[in-house]
Design a protein around this ligand. Sequence first.
Ligand SMILES: [Zn+2]
Length: 73
Amino acid sequence: MTFYRTAQDALENAVFATVETCVCCGEPASGPTVVYDMELPPTGKLHHFLMHRDCALTMAQRMICDAFPNRAR
Ligand SMILES: [Zn+2]
């Protein structure tokens, strides 16, 4: 994951295909942006997925809340 001050900075530094809508809320990426690189099934090709900074924070907190209590299972 990489943080950019603006979505424009993220787009200018993209080396893979870019999904320009926030993968969390579906709105166009704007402002402080987190980029996550992952393979897009079934293509097997790397893509940049953009998230609003605040959406990324919420998603990370939810992942921790879901995963941490179940870490030993
Ligand atoms: Zn968002």
